[in-house]
Design a protein. Structure first.
Length: 427
């Protein structure tokens, strides 16, 4: 009942700080218009307004909302996401009407990126619309689509970036397009161009955007300095994007100080993955960055420690240096005893290294010195370190032999242990 809600707002004038009418199936355009007419009485107190998923922010409802927004001098946050009837033209009018106090706008919806008829400067019916004049005000713009993926035509992406995002670019610190499929080079180029103009950007969420390797590389190269968060999981990361990520993570790069980095699943092997891991390791060791996407050889494991990542991706010199640091910090035993999400200890990962170096032997020896219980630790498939050694260390017989000797010394029962595939070490 919009009239009743409006009356409630008026009765709380001077004290009401937040109005949340989200996911309200009873709200229609007329009800929203009634509530919007009462909002100006909260002009000095209202900090947040949420109309998420009401379906009423369209047509006359949009007009009533924009008229009210212009008078809400204290408003800081607006959520009109999930209103498919709003469209890009309507959203442009809403953003243009925002008071200068607004810092956060959430407005993602399926239709926002499906309307191929809109262009900056006109409504979907072809009538002129005011361009967004809110440059430098909004700091957090969320156009992501939750619970569904929306395939966005290139012409729409270009229009949204040029007509809606670009005018806000100077002040934007956070941008989310999560779940919007930006397939094709034109979409990637439009996003990269927009990102290049966001010199204050600190956080970009492009999770599940289906960017190609080339497009992702273009976006990463466009990132401004001092990025704090980057989520590009659910995109393609080949040699081109990988090289861009690795370069950005090195000192002086856009990701040199990143605190949260979510990557597409990265397999051990490519040279760029090693470069990226080695660039991030010092900050991972200090707990300054949370990294997702790297995986050890047996699936995408969560809870990978810096030592797991180093053993799976980095070169021998970097791993040896990390082991020395852990030993000097008196945290080596804890690192050797840490199991990843697949139950695998660093010794499991070390024994899977395909490069013939002394890293695996050193980790086996350190496990024998600091964490002998590791030789009796089975991963999620039931494999003990001795199983991994005998399966993988075919080119480094001395490593496998040493793993067998230490297992026999500290955990002889391992030779009677069969993992899920039923194979004993003797097999």
């Amino acid at each position: 009942d919009g009239a009743a809600l409006a009356e409630l707002c008026r009765s709380l004038a001077g004290s009401l700080r937040f109005v949340d009418l989200s996911d309200n199936p009873g709200m229609d355009v007329r009800g929203l218009a009634a509530v919007a007419a009462a909002l100006p009485c909260l002009r000095q107190t209202l900090l947040g307004l949420s109309l998420r998923g009401t379906g009423a922010v369209r047509g006359a409802g949009t007009a009533a909302l924009t008229a009210a927004l212009e008078q809400l001098d204290a408003l800081e946050e607006l959520d009109v996401s999930g209103n498919d009837g709003l469209g890009v033209a309507g959203l442009a009018r809403v953003v243009a009407a925002l008071p200068r106090s607004v810092r956060v706008v959430r407005a993602g919806s399926r239709e926002l990126f499906e309307d191929a008829s809109w262009r900056p400067g006109q409504s979907r019916e072809g009538r002129p619309t005011g361009r967004v004049e809110a440059a430098g005000r909004v700091e957090n713009l969320d156009l992501g689509v939750r619970g569904a993926h929306v395939r966005a035509p290139a012409v729409v992406v270009e229009a949204v970036m040029r007509g809606l995002v670009a005018p806000l670019a100077p002040g934007l610190e956070r941008l989310s397009l999560a779940g919007v499929q930006l397939s094709g080079p034109a979409c990637g180029a439009a996003l990269a161009k927009a990102v290049r103009s966001m010199r204050a950007l600190r956080s970009l969420n492009a999770r599940g955007c289906h960017l190609s390797d080339e497009s992702l590389a273009e976006v990463v190269q466009a990132l401004p300095p001092a990025m704090e968060e980057l989520d590009v999981a659910g995109n393609a990361a080949g040699d081109e994007a990988g090289a861009a990520l690795a370069e950005a993570a090195e000192p002086g790069g856009a990701l040199a100080g990143v605190r949260v980095l979510a990557l597409p699943v990265v397999d051990p092997g490519p040279a760029w993955a090693g470069r990226l891991a080695e660039a991030l390791l010092p900050r991972m060791l200090r707990g300054e960055v949370r990294l997702r996407g790297f995986r050890t050889a047996r699936g995408n494991a969560r809870s990978c420690s810096p030592l797991h990542v180093a053993l799976a991706y980095a070169g021998g010199e970097a791993v040896m240096g990390l082991l020395v640091e852990l030993e000097e910090a008196r945290s080596l035993r804890r690192a050797l005893a840490h199991a990843d999400g697949n139950g695998r200890l660093p010794v499991h990962v070390a024994l899977e290294r395909r490069t013939v170096d002394e890293v695996a032997l050193r980790v086996v020896e350190l496990t024998g010195e600091h964490h002998v219980e590791g030789f009796s630790h089975a991963d999620c498939t039931g494999d003990l370190p001795v199983h991994v050694a005998l399966q993988c260390q075919t080119e480094s017989e001395h490593v496998a032999r040493r793993a067998v000797e230490l297992t026999a010394e500290h955990h002889p029962a391992a030779f009677a242990h069969a993992p899920s595939d039923g194979w004993l070490p003797v097999h």
